[in-house]
Design a protein around this ligand. Structure first.
Ligand SMILES: [Fe+2]
Length: 170
């Protein structure tokens, strides 16, 4: 389960209903999908083969198709950040700089943890901690940055409206 921390006063929101309503007011989509549908090796293993990636995507095909129809997403893939990711520190340095994208940033967490820091509509920043089962969409144009949590690894499904246009604008 995710949790939200508001920067101005460190207030935490972790009651599911309050969290959902806060994220909805900020224009973020939040869902929780059942990761226990995946066999354990697909969750724990970070060195996935192409066949295993396809199996993960196939397991969530129904949920993904619904979300694609709702948000105009056309492709999905799997992204992994862990100790063996080449140039992990360089990548994290990039992700930790405030940026936005011209399309939504959609992440469904299969394993591991991460923290999105998002500039809210009022200009105040808040952290959204994402855990396995959490799906979040950061809308196009929303300023944000991302970092890993204490376990320093995450495995996610990403969805794209236009894979050719995916870039960070700092
Ligand atoms: Fe981003």
């Amino acid at each position: 389960m995710t949790a939200i921390r508001l920067h101005p006063d460190n207030r935490r929101i972790d009651a599911p209903a309050e969290m959902a309503s806060f994220l909805d007011d900020e224009g973020l989509v939040y869902r929780n999908w059942d990761v226990s549908k995946l066999r354990g090796e697909l969750r724990d293993n970070y060195a996935l083969t192409e066949a295993e990636k396809a199996e993960i995507l196939a397991t969530f095909e129904g949920d993904l198709e619904t979300l694609k129809a709702e948000g105009g997403y056309v492709t999905a893939d799997i992204v992994v950040l862990w100790e063996k990711t080449p140039d992990l520190e360089t990548l994290l340095d990039k992700f930790r700089r405030e940026h936005h994208h011209t399309e939504d940033e959609v992440r469904f967490v299969i394993d591991g943890h991460g923290i999105f820091t998002i500039r809210g509509r009022s200009g105040c920043y808040f952290d959204v901690r994402v855990d396995p089962g959490d799906l979040i969409t950061v809308p196009a144009g929303t300023r944000h940055w991302f970092t890993l949590a204490e376990d320093r690894q995450i495995k996610c499904i990403r969805l794209f409206q236009d894979p050719a246009g995916w870039a960070a604008i700092y």
